[in-house]
Design a protein around this ligand. Structure first.
Ligand code: A3P
Length: 325
């Protein structure tokens, strides 16, 4: 085993890991840590190691369900909805002790890389209830082969207008104390537009999963945050059909769709004690995942010029993909 050394002042990493990471393209970022480019996307060193460990060790099961997203695109909401939907037999939606009333969705639906395989841990994946409900921000290209090769496990992806995702990410960084205090939103914006952001470029991330959803609609469902906000019941039913747990006539009759939407609504979740004051198992304050939950918030923070620039990139990158319609 190679000897361990300090790397970037915060983590004990083997020489082999240090050499590998040092060989990658590196950029300083507005967060306190540099980002490294791996398989076309930018990661900090610890998330990158977790990703590589996941690639090496994670074995998918055909019944697995993954909530997938680029950061700040509606992951918390989609995790909540998918959890409530998938486990509604074990956890009736209106139960006083429903897990979402006392736990944040990120504790109930962990990220395989950023939580489970983090810090050199090889978790016991057998202890998860079946079907396993997991999450990741990994780009499609970086998913473990066992996920990509399965013709059965399901990926549920949520995308969001990149300008709103950027504004949300900026606030998340500020609220979670992740930013270099000397950095400005303008600098962060320029980096984001160049794709140099946590799991960026967002455009490539979205396109990879969009293309997968066209190629393999049985295994990848592509959702848009904006569509979900506009027609939540429609997209919840799509999700239920996709996951093979459609609402029965009886459930429709008794209002289970609305019950799930209410349980997982922004206004409900933000008001729960666990999300006001709780801290996740991984040490992040739960309240940073709830801010405004609105479509179009970018216009309150970005100049017209910035909006023109990022919309132009989105149009260029998505043109011809079918995503703009
Ligand atoms: P804003 O910062 O624009 O408010 P993620 O969960 O991927 O980290 O994304 C966070 C974004 O989703 C934040 O957006 C947050 O407010 C919003 N969000 C969190 N829970 C939500 C919910 N139940 N419904 C709608 N939006 C939600």
């Amino acid at each position: 085993m190679p000897s361990s050394k300090l790397f970037d002042g915060q983590e004990l990493l083997s020489q082999e890991c240090q050499d590998f990471i040092s060989s990658l393209p590196k950029e300083k970022s507005i967060t306190l840590q540099p980002l490294y480019q791996y398989q076309g996307f930018w990661h900090n060193d610890r998330c990158l190691l977790a990703l590589i460990s996941t690639q090496k060790h994670f074995e998918a099961q055909d019944s697995d369900v993954f909530v997938v997203s680029n950061p700040k695109c509606g992951t918390t909401w989609l995790k909540s909805l998918t959890f409530a939907l998938l486990y509604r037999k074990q956890h009736p939606v209106t139960a006083q002790n429903h897990p979402l009333l006392s736990s944040n969705a990120h504790d109930l639906v962990p990220y395989i890389d950023m939580n489970l395989f983090y810090d050199n841990k090889i978790p016991d994946m057998e202890s998860f209830p079946s079907p396993r409900l997991l999450a990741t921000h990994m780009p499609y290209v970086s998913l473990p082969d066992s996920i990509k090769n399965s013709s059965k496990c399901k990926l549920v992806y949520v995308s969001r207008d990149p300008k709103d995702a950027f504004v949300s990410l900026w606030h998340h960084g500020c609220n979670a104390g992740l930013h270099d205090l000397n950095s400005s939103m303008e600098e962060a914006f320029e980096d984001y537009c160049k794709g140099i952001s946590f799991y960026g470029p967002i455009w490539d991330h979205v396109l990879q999963y969009w293309n997968q959803s066209l190629l393999n609609p049985q295994t990848t469902l592509f959702l848009k945050y904006e569509d979900m906000k506009a027609h939540p019941a429609l997209h919840l039913r799509r999700l239920a059909d996709f996951l093979g747990c459609p609402f029965s006539a009886e459930e429709e009759e008794s209002g289970v769709v609305d019950q799930i939407l209410n349980l997982c609504s922004f206004d409900h979740l933000i008001g729960l004690q666990v999300n006001k004051t709780g801290v996740s198992k991984w040490g992040v304050d739960n309240n940073v995942f709830f801010r405004r939950g609105q479509v179009g918030d970018a216009k309150n923070y970005l100049s017209e010029e910035m909006i023109k620039k990022i919309d132009g990139i989105t149009r260029d990158r998505f043109s011809g993909s079918g995503l703009l319609s």
